[in-house]
Each structure stands twice: as C-alpha cells, then as structure tokens.
Design a protein around this ligand. Structure first.
Ligand code: ADP
Ligand code: MG
Length: 310
C-alpha cells in the first residue's frame, strides 16, 4: 500500500500545479503583445491551439521586443542576443520565430559599412563621423558641397579630382575624412585613410621585409585613398620621391581619386618638401611631387575653432 503521505503530496502538488498554471495564464494573457497576437490571429486559432501554445507565448512574453528592455545590444536580455521573438501560427500550432532586432540590424549595417573602410594608423573612432554632423558648421560649406558632389558623381575609373583639405590644427580635417569614407561606403566604395607620418615611419622599418611592397601596393591601388596630415612627416628624399612620388604617380595615371589633409597650404607644403632632414635643398623634386598632388586634388581651406580645446 502507498504511504498515505505520498498520495497527499500528489494531491497538494496537483493543486499547486493548477494554481501555478492559472497564474501563468493570467500573466501571459495580460501581456499587451500576446493580446495583439491573439487578436490578430483570432480566425486561425482555436482554444486547443491557444492552450497548447501557452509555453511558447510565455517564452515570448519574457523577452524584449523592439529593443525596449535592453540598454544596449551588448547587454541584450533576450535568449539569443540581438534577436527578438515573434509569435506565428504554424499549421495547428503557435510557434516563435526569432528575427534580428533593430539594434542588431543597425550594428550589422555599420559593420558591413566599416568593412569598406580601412584605417592605417588612424583611430577607427573617426568612422563615427557622418556628413550630417558637419553640415551645420561654418567655415566648411565649400568643402561639404564639393564632397557631396564627389560622392554623388563618383564612378570607378572616372577621372575625378579629390580634395586637398587644409587648415589649422583641430578644425576637423581628419574627422571630415571619416565622414567622406562613410558616405562612400554607403555607395559600397572602398577607401583607405592613412596617417602619413606613421605610415612612412612604419615603411622605413619594414624596408627589408616583404610587407613593404605589400603596403605600397595596397595603398597604390585602393579605389579611394585619403592621406591624412601630409606635411607633418619629416622629409627624406626617399619618402618624397620613391614612396609618395611613386604612389601618387600611379594613382594619377590610373584615375584613382586621392584626398589629402594638411596643416599647410600648397605653398607651405612645397616649402616643407623642399628641405630634407639632411639639409639638402631640392626644389625641383619638391615641385614634381606638388604637381602630382595638384593634379589629384583641389585645395579647399577649412576654418573654425580648434575642436580639441573644448
Ligand atoms: P584636425 O585633423 O583638423 O586636426 P580632427 O579631425 O582631429 O582635427 O578634429 C579634432 C577633434 O574634434 C577630434 O576629436 C574630432 O573627433 C572632433 N571633431 C572634429 N570635427 C567634428 C564635428 N564636425 N563634430 C564633432 N566632432 C568633431
Ligand atoms: Mg588630423
């Protein structure tokens, strides 16, 4: 004979179970999104299906939809991060489908866009920049207009002049390059932003190994190149004539657009390029590089306050 206690326990458990089920049902059916689903699908559903689908609806109810309960994608509270549940009717059953949430969609788009942009020795943060952030500011209307024209009209192999953005330290020239790169990435155009002083230092270091040629080849051939801070490097005839000279010559002949930023205007840059570290004065060679820069890019001055001092 079963001990009386066991049967009693079962009875109590059964009662407890029923109570719990009732609470669960109440919770599920008072959920706004569940109600909407049941309302919308009322012609496809019957009582049995709703009863059977209770656990699915419970799973659905506990999760964030439309990202409203998650502080960020990283701390998404859903069962599968970045995916939100949707209730569906599948034959005679209620089921859940998981779809990318708005934040995940945005993040995926951002990643895809970023995959079109390479930054060499330039912080990736500048890719936060977008043309619409810059729009309102004075001192750069001309640059904005020219960039917009450029992005709109850009086509591979078309001969197009890019820009030489010059202006004092901190006016936002590098930031501007980030915005251009993003605008181009939206059109699925690949670009690379290269911080010139560091790039040249690095090249010097890898002169002996094979990565040297790889780096030069890469920069030579990228569809849109952006050389950041030309004029901030220390000049040697090797970097001026053999490295920059070669890269720019190739890009000129192949109609590959090349943007520049500099603290110096054309005249000051020419002067900078004339004097090497060793004290040599090489006007002709400086002039030759300047000709290439002028052929590739149109000078535009950017003015404004120093944004770094804020
Ligand atoms: P530059 O290259 O002309 O010396 P940066 O592009 O580095 O100047 O800009 C200086 C600082 O100001 C950076 O921290 C940058 O992120 C910020 N900045 C520049 N332009 C903008 C802008 N339009 N909106 C917001 N921040 C900006
Ligand atoms: Mg800069």
């Amino acid at each position: 004979m079963k001990p009386i206690n066991d049967s009693l326990n079962q009875l109590v458990n059964k009662k407890e179970f029923k109570e719990r089920l009732e609470t669960l049902k109440k919770e599920v059916f008072s959920d706004r999104d569940v109600q909407l689903f049941l309302q919308e699908k009322r012609h496809e559903l019957d009582e049995q299906m709703v009863e059977r689908g209770l656990m699915k609806m419970y799973e659905f109810k506990g999760q964030s939809k439309r990202c409203e309960q998650c502080p960020s994608l990283l701390s998404c509270m859903n069962m599968v991060k970045g995916y939100q549940p949707r209730l569906i009717v599948d034959g005679r059953n209620i089921d859940i489908q998981y779809e990318r949430c708005p934040r995940k969609i945005k993040e995926d788009e951002r990643k895809e866009q970023e995959s079109f942009i390479q930054c060499l020795y330039v912080p990736k943060e500048i890719l936060q920049a977008s043309m619409s952030d810059i729009e309102v500011e004075q001192g750069r209307f001309k640059a904005i207009k020219l960039v917009k024209d450029f992005v709109r009209e850009y086509e591979p192999n078309k001969k197009m002049k890019a820009l030489y953005l010059h202006g004092s330290f901190g006016v936002g020239k590098t930031y501007f390059l980030g915005a251009i790169a993003n605008a181009l990435a939206e059109k699925k155009v690949k670009s690379t932003i290269v911080y010139i002083p560091e790039f040249l230092r690095e090249l010097k270091g890898s002169f002996q190994d094979q990565t040297f040629n790889e780096k030069i080849e890469y920069v030579k051939k990228i569809p849109v190149l952006m050389l950041d801070d030309i004029g901030a490097e220390s000049v040697t005839s090797w970097m001026r004539d053999d490295v920059l000279g070669t890269i720019l010559q190739f890009r000129m002949l192949e109609n590959l657009p090349t943007f520049f930023t500099s603290n110096l205007n054309f005249e000051q840059l020419q002067h900078h390029l004339t004097y090497t570290q060793r004290g040599e004065q090489e006007e002709l060679k400086a002039a030759r590089l300047m000709e290439r820069i002028k052929a590739l890019a149109m000078p535009v001055e950017m003015t404004g306050e120093n944004k770094r001092s804020k």
